[in-house]
Design a protein around this ligand. Sequence first.
Ligand code: ADP
Length: 484
Amino acid sequence: MNERLYRLYIGGQWLEAKSGRWFDVVNPATEEVIARVPDAGVADIRLAIDDAARIQPVWAQTTAGARSAILGRAARLMIERKEDLARILTLEEGKPIAEARGEIAYAASFLEWYAEEAKRVYGDLIPASHPGKRIMVVRRPVGVTAAITPWNFPAAMITRKLGPALAAGCAMVVKPSELTPLTALEIARIFAECELPEGVLSVVPGMDAAALGKAIMEDFRVRKVSFTGSTRVGKLLMRQASDTMKRLSLELGGHAPFIVFADADLELAVEQAALCKMRGMGETCVSANRFYVHRDIADVFVQKLSERIGSMGMGDGASEGVQVGPLINRDAVAKVKRHVEDALEKGARVSLAGDAPAADGKGYFYPPTVLTNVDASMLIMQEETFGPVTAVATFTEESEVIAMANETPYGLAAYCFTRDMARLFRLADQLEYGIIGVNDGVPSTAQAPFGGVKESGVGREGGKYGIEEYLDVKYVSVGGVANV
Ligand code: ADP
């Protein structure tokens, strides 16, 4: 395949890196180089911040209607180009093409939602305690912002940040994952065509993520950073943010429990478990990582789930009908292998061990696997696996399973399946998670607040909550009113 050449998008221009360096983008299904991208360095990211800082006061003064119109056009263009964008996304990330189409629609839904939300950034007039005064509260954009995004949702993790930032009147510099820069640059192309003023959006991929991140964090002009990625990097960014007192949204790792009670609708639980576990090959921060199934139904649940997952065809995600693609890279496969081997050494049993794809041995594939007899001593019950491995433990008491579910530093998503309404409310209260799916394995949607507690991060993305992250509250005390 001929590799395509891309350019950085900085200040409305398509540029090469100042260093003249390039890096390769690899298709995880074939290990072929599919594109070359300029390898942005600190000088390039500074240029993007310069441009953003220059345009920021102008952008902040545009009307909500003008910003809404641009976001609305971008959302429509994204949907028009869904097929092309999905193909690029699958090529660089590996997920099945049907899922990639779904991600593009999901990504566009954030632009559409925030096109509307831009018009609803309201203030307040608060009764004052003095007749000659008025208390006025307005919301203003925080200023220049930056987004550092991961590879597992190359489109949606950008628009979930960019939508509210632009709606609020903030310029944004995007540093996408070096593994999936192409979708990010295609999103830049869409905004360029929607007449977004030059400099309001820059997309600056590069290999040296630590140096680029540091340059962003050190720059006082960047007032807010939104990051989705590992807890390790999230903690580093939080430390780095303190010197310039930046606002932060951090959407970090998860370790989602998936609890099935004996009174659950079993067919629903199995279907939602398969969706929740296998979406993106299990490489999402809300993927179910630990299954706790009531002892009375564990055997039948495991059997049905193994059949369901075992029926999913694995291969190159670009082929129509494939339901399980490759993992992102060799390291990802090694981590999943380590988790499975550790579990087997400590006594786990195999209920499903899928076949590797028959092809030429190329590609970063790991076959769907279901393990039973797992316990808390195993890595798979302690760390994010980020792969297509279902690990099932059993329980008997509700209080016991709630304690096990909460026994982790993470707190992003949890899932529970029950028909008992009273239990539903107890779980909603007691599970220490930012997102709880009750009889629902795929709760993410543009209008709902997405985010975690504990070491899964701070801040919320989506819905009316997401835009608050990009707004400062400004209080204007107006005196002398009674004399007027
Ligand atoms: P993952 O393990 O899911 O790849 P990472 O946290 O490593 O998660 O990556 C998420 C994003 O953070 C990517 O854009 C990556 O390039 C970036 N990143 C990685 N290391 C750093 C760092 N030291 N500082 C800033 N950003 C970083």
